[in-house]
Design a protein around this ligand. Structure first.
Ligand code: ADP
Ligand code: ZN
Ligand code: ZN
Length: 810
């Protein structure tokens, strides 16, 4: 008898598999979806391994097969195991990432009366028991949930178990309905031959006759409603023709296709610039080496300034992978997954591109998933989760804008980083990875410098005008503005430039970094910002309590009345929001037409596109926006980008604040001067000497990197260490803090008793988002060379979440 190790869809299964016996006559494969008994339930599971011996003495049998064919490949199984170990996540959470959309189903419990029970042998029952029994007898079979509702009492479970004890009721299990099925439509067609139809038509009333005639001349199937429209008849006419046996409805399966190719014309490879050519050649030889198994896998970092033609490199290397008989996955940040982006790929590989992202309907996702698995596409393009697409013969994985923090899944388990998953998957499948960015993640660049990744560079823009430079950048010191008596949000320089651009009928973007806005305090006179002396991160202002808090070590201090550096009383200056900026802009530039773009405005599905189209069509002169406008927009009429305050991002209590600011400023600056008109960027700041701002202004990644990596080394931050962030949440703030302190003591004991000397603990402190959905949150940070090695050996109590390699503030 054989055994299977099964990953079970249950919250208590955690990071392990369970042994089940394979009953005689059932043929089971690795990767197959099965039903297994678990406690008193029947649950879904995936077979991860077949063995000759069970890992426990007592095993139960697999109850049945859900799908005849394996749903996971061996590479995906290995990837799921790695995800669970590396990110300390429940195994099934990792497995679930790779299952067909809509796969997970609950088991529904039903209560029935056993066939043998009768009125006579009923013992004396309480009123409650009788009520439940009557209800079940009347209906025959009742969903347990409904019973709970119908009786509105918590006792119902107790009563039922009593009745089951008496042998008067039994439990049975069924599965929730499948959430998605292939979409079917019905077509109306003749049930007889066309010549028979012609004869029959003569005997029919005129409407029915014309419908039959219409159907007998069809070359393509039509839906009943289409047929009615074309013949101009009512539903009863269709019914009559069907009931006379002249026509019938046929169910045909149709695919839900997210790409509409009607408006897409094929595109052809461009003649590459010499830098592009060099990059393509390197990647192509990497593909060939991996395809011939001379190398297990390879990672390339394509570092190219915005507009340097990275996409063309992607397209031509994708074509090379196709030539080698390989398929690919292309990942872009969710926000960049616009119809234009998809079109660039779809036009080069017509009908060979699949799209996967969370905004597709479940049905669309299901269809795309099935077709991908059948090997119908050369390229799958999507956001984060598309890395788990069942693309066979995987040869190339491209991650565009690899530095984007949205590639990290931070809100649910497994808290994975797509880049690390892609690199692991490439190792498992023998594929090549391209990481593309204008501002690579410092950690990625570090690996490229050290030779782990191959570094490829595209230092110049491919522009309409030969040799057109990147936009000119001016840094304005806001302290000087105040000294000159200018208290508005616009420096004199920005104000003049806006007026000039609008007068020339050009367009302006005003950018506001709103993330974490208004949460720190700055002296408006000298730009001084209060920092934690121990942690060197910005203190966060808690308005309700009127205190400044360090979100790493919980140091607290009252807000001072005067600036500790220059003694000015203008210390309580807070950031501004987009609405306020819009107001002030309309006031200062009354003749300009404004458009605001932020997350408040774009809650609906299409409005990103609508706002963008409106701006592109020059229906507005000034676009005011947040992070969103920084991404991949090509707006030729924009000649001026104003960064209203560069300091907001700089002062987040996060060691990556400098990196984020550099990335963001570089990207926003990249929006200017995309057309033939050239462009200018104005950065307003109280810290004009800050290295991130200086480097962004000079578009100098290397000098930014050198400074940043030096700080990382000095302060023992990644990539020189690794972090694990532990967050505890509870409705009671005091209990929450206590539990965090208890956990800290426990961890210190473990560290000491194991003699680990390179792990340190930071905190506990309130998490940056201290209260979320009614629960308080406290965090502990574990820092060292392998924090997960320790954590994987300690049971993590309920209420805690662990984020390995966190990338932002939580
Ligand atoms: P990136 O992705 O690096 O920001 P893009 O791929 O968007 O840059 O390229 C910028 C522009 O240059 C696009 O309009 C693209 O069509 C064009 N382009 C790229 N490569 C070439 C080339 N070799 N010859 C002509 N135009 C090119
Ligand atoms: Zn000051
Ligand atoms: Zn501190």
């Amino acid at each position: 008898m054989g055994y299977a190790e099964v990953s079970v869809y249950s919250p208590v299964a955690q990071r392990r598999t369970f042994s089940y016996a394979i009953p005689p006559g059932l043929s089971i494969d690795v990767g197959q979806a099965v039903w297994v008994p678990f406690g008193d339930k029947l649950l879904q599971g995936i077979v991860l391994e077949l063995t000759h011996f069970p890992s426990v003495e007592e095993t139960r049998e697999i109850a049945g097969i859900i799908e005849p064919y394996p749903v996971l490949s061996p590479a995906h199984i290995a990837l799921a195991r790695w995800l669970s170990q590396h990110y300390l996540s429940p195994l099934f959470d990792a497995v679930a990432l790779m299952l067909p959309p809509g796969f997970e189903r609950k088991v529904i419990t039903f209560i029935t009366t056993p066939p043998t029970s009768s009125e006579q042998d009923m013992p004396s029952l309480t009123q409650r028991q009788r009520k439940v029994l009557d209800l079940v007898r009347r209906q025959g079979k009742v969903n347990l949930r409904q019973l709970d509702k119908a009786l509105g009492t918590r006792q119902v479970r107790l009563v039922i178990s009593q009745l089951i004890g008496h042998g008067l009721l039994t439990k049975s299990y069924e599965l929730e309905k499948v959430k998605v099925k292939p979409k079917k439509v019905s077509y109306l067609c003749l049930a007889i031959t066309a010549s028979e139809a012609q004869q029959e038509a003569a005997k029919l009333p005129s409407k029915q006759a014309s419908l039959v005639n219409f159907l007998s001349h069809l070359t393509q199937p039509v839906s009943p409603s289409e047929a009615r429209k074309r013949v101009n008849c009512s539903a009863s006419v269709v019914k009559a023709v069907i009931s006379k046996g002249l026509a019938e409805l046929q169910q045909v399966e149709v695919k839900r296709e997210p790409i509409s190719y009607q408006s897409i014309t094929p595109s052809y490879p461009l003649t590459l610039t010499s830098a592009q050519k060099k990059a393509c050649e390197s990647i192509k030889s990497g593909l060939l080496q991996v395809a011939k198994s001379y190398a297990p896998s390879a990672v390339f970092l394509l570092h190219g300034v915005t507009g340097s033609g990275k996409t063309e490199v992607y397209l031509q290397t994708l074509a090379e992978a196709v030539k080698l008989g390989k398929r690919s996955i292309v990942l872009v940040p969710e926000i960049a997954l616009t119809p234009q982006t998809i079109e660039r790929f779809a036009s080069r590989f017509p009908h060979k591109v699949a799209v996967l992202h969370s905004k597709l309907s479940l049905g669309e996702q299901f269809d795309e998933w099935q077709r991908i698995r059948n090997g119908e596409f050369d390229v799958v393009i999507g956001s984060r989760s598309a890395i788990f697409a069942p693309q066979p013969d995987l040869g190339l994985i491209i991650i565009d804008e690899e530095h984007e923090w949205t590639y990290k899944q931070h809100d649910k388990s497994p808290r994975y980083h797509t880049r690390d998953v892609a690199i692991k998957l490439a190792e498992l499948t023998g594929a090549v990875v391209i990481l593309g960015s204008a501002t690579p993640d410092v950690e990625t660049f570090y690996h490229a410098q050290r030779g782990g990744y191959h570094l490829l560079q595209l230092p110049e823009r491919v522009t309409p005008r030969e040799g057109s430079p990147l936009p000119q950048v001016e840094v304005v010191d806001l302290r000087d503005e105040l000294k000159a008596g200018n208290r508005s949000l616009f420096s004199r320089s920005l104000s003049q430039s806006i007026t000039k651009a609008v007068a020339n009928r050009e367009q302006v973007i005003l950018f506001l970094n709103r993330r974490g806005g208004a949460s720190f305090i700055q002296c408006r006179n000298c730009g001084f910002i209060l920092r934690c002396k121990r942690c060197d991160v910005t203190l966060t202002y808690h308005i309700a309590e009127g205190v400044l808090v360090c979100h790493q070590c919980n140091y607290r201090m009252p807000v001072p009345n005067t600036c500790p550096r220059c003694l000015s009383r203008r210390i309580k200056f807070l950031g501004i929001g987009t609405q306020k900026l819009e107001q002030e802009t309309s006031y200062a530039f009354s003749s300009a037409r404004l458009l605001r773009w932020d997350s408040d405005i774009t809650r609906q599905k299409h409005s990103h596109q609508e706002i963008l189209n409106k701006f592109r069509a020059h229906n507005a002169d000034i676009l005011i926006g947040t992070q969103m406008i920084a991404k991949g927009l090509d707006l030729p009429l924009v000649t001026l980008v104003g960064i209203v305050s560069a300091d907001t991002g700089l002062n987040l209590p996060d060691f990556r604040a400098g990196e984020r600011t550099f990335q963001l400023l570089s990207q926003v600056a990249g929006r200017a001067g995309r057309g033939t008109l050239g462009g200018k960027v104005i950065i307003q700041t109280y810290s004009p000497k800050h290295y991130a701002i200086q480097a962004a202004a000079r578009n100098d990644y290397n000098s930014f990197y050198n400074q940043e990596i030096a700080f990382r080394r000095q302060l023992h931050n990644p990539p020189f260490t690794r972090l694990a962030c532990l967050v505890y949440s509870h409705t009671n703030d005091v209990l929450c803090q206590k539990e965090a302190e208890r956990m800290k003591r426990l961890l210190i004991e473990e560290i000491n008793s194991r003699g680990i000397d390179d792990l340190s603990l930071i905190g506990p402190a309130p998490a940056f988002i201290h209260k979320l959905r009614g629960r308080f949150r406290w965090q502990l940070i574990l820092r060292g060379s392998e924090p997960s090695a320790l954590l994987s050996q300690i049971p993590i109590p309920h209420g805690w979440t662990v984020d390995i390699d966190p990338v932002g503030l939580t």
